[in-house]
Design a protein around this ligand. Structure first.
Ligand SMILES: [Zn+2]
Length: 328
């Protein structure tokens, strides 16, 4: 399905389905100019995504030989099909920091470090192996690092007469980006700002506090002049500045909730703390919900615990093999 969003410049949204995923769909934006098209993000390396993307590009008559493909961040639902749609002549551009991290993922530095940390924070080691086999983040990722031009914060590139600025917004991933079309005041917000779901903020290896980075990046986007915000998933039907305030409030509440659980009982580990929080688990309880959901939820809890430790509001100590938390 293709939706036309703007007449000048011509902007379209190709809806890429993400079956069995709470994000529901990826919005692949196509901006057509006289000098070629800009395509933003791709979908998972999965047949349904490939079919929707290639049908959409065909319908919009996008010539990949003269196209620029911009990737907002390293997650598989954004990068999965880069190698399937690019030609040798496609210009591929991606934020420098996430491009570097993607290389480290293929060296197996990131997920092994991430899972090692989850285990020392109380996550059952046996479940780690199971989730690896079924996690879409892993199985629908590209098979190798694709060639791309790494772009730094504030740098821009042209597609036809239109100048696009890459804005580094670390948090959701360490090198997450938004893309700004200043002349039209249009911000492509990637996964940094979603409108009817809050972006997942996890505890990235080799990052001190992903949540602190994320909150700073929300303020950064609030400082831009934006008429139209286009998110990478689902719809946008509200004011972007109002949404930024909502997202900040969401994390403040989450921090309060987590600090309260820590203070209720000293020396609990992160996995035990995660199990006492409010999650949208449908009909499941913490004990019966799929491993993948517990894996995401524990990562999300840890990004908040890291923030509280960093701000000196709680203390993290080692108890045997595991890390545990207590109030100040
Ligand atoms: Zn993402």
């Amino acid at each position: 399905m293709i939706e036309k969003i703007r007449e000048t410049p011509e902007i379209y949204n190709i809806h890429i389905p993400l079956p069995n995923n709470p994000l529901k769909n990826l919005n692949c934006y196509v901006i057509k100019t006289a000098a070629g098209s800009l395509v933003v993000d791709t979908g998972f390396a999965k047949q349904e995504c490939f079919d929707a993307l290639t049908a959409g590009l065909r319908e919009l008559d996008v010539d990949m030989d003269h196209a620029t493909l911009y990737i907002t961040h390293l997650h598989a639902d954004h990068t999965g099909l880069v190698d399937c749609i690019r030609t040798d002549r496609t210009r591929v551009i991606m934020g420098a920091e996430d491009y570097r991290y993607m290389g480290r993922i293929f060296n197996d530095e990131i997920w092994s470090e991430y899972n090692r940390r989850l285990i020392e924070e109380g996550f059952p080691a046996a479940d780690i192996l199971t989730q690896k086999k079924e996690n879409p983040v892993v199985i629908y990722a590209p098979k190798a690092v694709f060639p791309a031009e790494p772009i730094k914060d504030g740098e821009s590139f042209f597609v036809g007469d239109y100048e696009f600025e890459s804005v580094a917004t670390p948090g959701h991933t360490p090198g997450n980006t938004c893309l700004y079309l200043r002349d039209e005041k249009i911000m492509l917000t990637g996964d940094h700002i979603l409108f009817d779901i809050s972006p997942n903020i996890t505890c990235w290896p080799f990052v001190t506090s992903s949540l602190e980075d994320y909150l700073i990046s929300l303020d950064k986007i609030a400082s831009y002049d934006i008429n139209l915000a286009l998110p990478a998933h689902r719809k946008n039907d509200m004011d972007v500045y109002e949404r930024i305030t909502q997202l900040k409030n969401h994390h403040v509440k989450r921090l309060q909730e987590i600090a309260a659980v820590v203070k209720m009982k000293d020396y609990q580990n992160a996995y035990e703390i995660a199990g006492q929080l409010q999650w949208a688990l449908r009909e499941n309880t913490w004990q019966t919900c799929p491993i993948r959901q517990r894996w995401f939820a524990t990562g999300e809890t840890l990004s908040h615990l890291d923030y509280l430790v960093q701000k000196n509001r709680i203390v993290r100590v080692k108890d045997g093999e595991l890390f545990v938390y207590r109030g100040k």
